[in-house]
Design a protein around this ligand. Structure first.
Ligand code: FEO
Length: 384
């Protein structure tokens, strides 16, 4: 991946990884980005995931032209980026480790090693001159850990953005950026919208030509589009008008109701996206719920509660601050339906939700009366 004459990509990609952070499916792999800034002083920006240490060191060596790095800049201490700090420190014993105060505490805890004799602590407003290139550090707490810094290089106008603006997928994955960036953002950083907004306010003061994140491709055009998407996601606003119908069905009755509702919405010109929560990638369903303006939750009643996959789905939404949407319910129960009450109760703490007047209650299988109710629900959803 070419960045410039003096800023080189030295990251790695893992195309065999099944789950990132132990829960996110990554069918197109995962990249762990690292960069080298070549100047009078040489800075390496972050390390990579544990199993790629030697490959990373080789990538670094291949761009050094026989020189040695002066600095390892550590913007984020999560192990997908920090795991090879000690390996680097041993390979380059004269290199200084540059990071935040909180990160140095984490290094001690992670590696049982003290780098204090070769540590340079930086924070909001600190600068590091490499010659023609200068790094200015900006604190980005909780994007996505508390120690995080981002760094702006002013000569080439590059924002080293840590996890922000990252995505799932190997660095050469041929797929739309926003789909896997949204799933990554909502899943991993979604809870911290206020902190992302704070970072975006600071970024607005910078003239950014290139965003160099710790995951996914380097972004060197349409920068405003990426920043605008982050603005939408972090403010919990819908990105697109449309309805996600997330359902849990045991014997097909609830699924049929979900499909009938989707057909009614489609006949009204509304985009409707169905997710069978027992079979879908939950992170994809959650990201879709944040993308679209409306959500219908349809669940069987199960053990006097809701189906386990629906419970997990709603928990994923609420812990990420789901808000500012229209939400409707479809419940099914052969003898004591109560799913709608449970689902609505789980959303009680969410801000800015609008609910249609009635939910639809199915007894085992959708009846003719239910068909009329689903048609009305589609009309009500569109109106709200
Ligand atoms: Fe890619 Fe929060 O680590």
């Amino acid at each position: 991946m070419h960045i410039s004459e003096n800023i080189k990509y030295v990251g790695v990609s893992d195309k065999d990884l099944d789950l990132f952070e132990g829960q996110y499916r990554v069918p197109s792999g995962m990249s762990y980005n690292s960069y080298v800034i070549l100047d009078e002083k040489i800075a390496v920006m972050d390390s990579v995931e544990a199993s790629h240490g030697e490959e990373w060191l080789q990538n670094i060596e291949s761009v050094l032209g026989g020189r040695t790095p002066h600095y390892l800049v550590v913007l984020h201490m999560e192990p997908d980026h920090s795991a090879n700090i000690a390996l680097f420190a041993d390979r380059y014993p004269d290199a200084v480790i540059v990071s935040s105060q909180k990160a140095f505490v984490m290094m001690k805890n992670f590696f049982a090693r003290d780098f204090s004799s070769r540590a340079l602590t930086v924070g909001e407003g600190s600068t590091l001159s490499l010659g023609a290139h200068t790094l200015s550090f900006v604190a980005a707490p909780m994007v996505h850990w508390p120690e995080v810094l981002v760094a702006y290089e002013s000569a080439e106008r590059v924002l080293f953005s840590a996890d922000a603006f990252g995505k799932f997928g190997a660095v050469d994955a041929d797929e739309p950026w926003e789909d896997e960036a949204r799933r990554y953002y909502i899943g991993i950083v979604g809870k911290y919208g206020a902190q992302v907004q704070s970072l975006l306010r600071k970024a607005a003061a910078l003239d950014i030509a290139v965003i160099a994140p710790l995951h996914g491709p380097v972004l060197n055009k349409d920068i405003e589009r990426y920043i605008a998407l982050y603005g939408t996601w972090s403010s919990y606003r819908a990105e697109k008008q449309g309805t996600v119908i997330a359902y849990c069905s045991v014997y097909g009755g609830t699924r049929r109701a979900a499909e009938m509702l989707a057909a009614e919405l489609a006949s009204l010109g509304e985009e409707a996206v169905l997710f069978d929560l027992s079979r879908s990638d939950i992170a994809e369903a959650v990201a879709a719920a944040f993308k679209y303006s409306r959500l219908v939750l349809a669940s069987v009643t199960y053990n006097a509660d809701i189906f386990p996959f629906m419970r997990a789905f709603i928990q994923h939404l609420t812990e990420r601050g789901y808000s500012n949407r229209t939400v409707a319910f479809v419940e099914n129960g052969t003898w004591a339906p109560m799913a709608a009450k449970v689902m609505r109760g789980m959303l009680e703490g969410c801000k800015g939700l609008t609910f249609p007047e009635a939910s639809v209650r199915i007894s085992s299988a959708p009846s003719e009366a239910n068909a009329a109710e689903l048609k009305k629900l589609a009309e009500d959803l569109i109106r709200l």
